[in-house]
Ligand binder design. Sequence first.
Ligand code: CA
Length: 411
Amino acid sequence: MQPWIEIDKDSDFSIYNLPFGVFSLINKNKKIGIAVGDMVLDLHAVSSLGVFDKLNIDSEVFVSTYLNDFISLGKQITVKVREIIQKELCDNSSILNSNESVFFKQIDVTMHMPVKVGDYTDFYSSIEHATNIGTMFRDPKNALLPNWKHLPVGYHGRASSIVLSGQDIHRPKGQVLLNTNTDPQFQASSRVDFELEMGFIIGKKSSLGDSVSTKDAEKFIFGKILFNDWSARDMQKWEYVPLGPFLAKSFASSISPWVITLEALEPFKVSGPLQDPKVLPYLEFDGAKNYDINLEVSIQPEKQKETTVSNSNFKYMYWNMCQQLAHHTSNGCNVNVGDMMASGTISGKDENSYGSMLELSWAGSKPVSLNGGGSRKFIEDNDTVTMRGYCKKGSIRVGFGEVKTKLLKTL
Ligand code: CA
């Protein structure tokens, strides 16, 4: 594809990507846009030029606080909108080529939460991560619990505390047990950690009582984002038995602003790890369902250089999104447009591909060195954690941008 608009060859937002997001200009309404190189294409302005006339959609759907209503139009519309833009951007005679007012520089706009998240579920689907955690906290010989290879383990999280990249968060306070011989204390967590994850956004609702099959699952998934599942390890350790994660997770999760569609990710599909033992029939699937997405995490202390502390890949996931959604709805639980499902921490086999400080520093026993001096076992006050992700195949690059969050001291 040869776009007439200038796009840097290393841009995450190539002509093959065209992700959706919600942006605004100062004192203006929030609108839906598409990222193109370092620009945002204003879809409301594009629609007003008649570019989407044959789709018969109301232009006002693009003036919205969230993508939910647009996504609810269904893939028969949203896929076409993206395809039409792709075609227009490669057609020299396009009306967009003579209307500069439909583009804004990304540095001149404010990005907002892309969707109103109704419900949020977090899975635990990386075998390397689950094995590392089981090895550290239970028994290296039986690191995985008996259910782990039979179902994608997950828990229901909080939608209210999911925040956008760029929003600072505060170190949480909570109960921690400093010493098994004493009583718990209520204090600021001293083990704040990131979890490198990716989230997917539900694009089609299911009805209560219905189940989504692995075969149909992709029809229910609109797209993906980067997801940092902030975690307080000391609080988690004390609270998680017997019902799992609670306040150690719900203080904040951060996401990237641009939603990359499944259609844009299609060229990067790969097979996942072999699943042994064989899964139950409702979790079986055909074809490649994983994606080759390079992921990295960096830590930047105040007034210091950034250090990349992890290089991972989404393709390591043991359970894929189709299986996660099939399992989630297998009991008849319904999903709604805008629901968010996170993958669970994405760790690879190599020590530098672990997706959390808990693993990278091996529970604090191996501090991670930083460029410019110092080291980290966990995240300290005023550190900025940034996650980035991109797919690349030949000259085709589709990236996720970044999710960047600064941890401030406790309130
Ligand atoms: Ca998690």
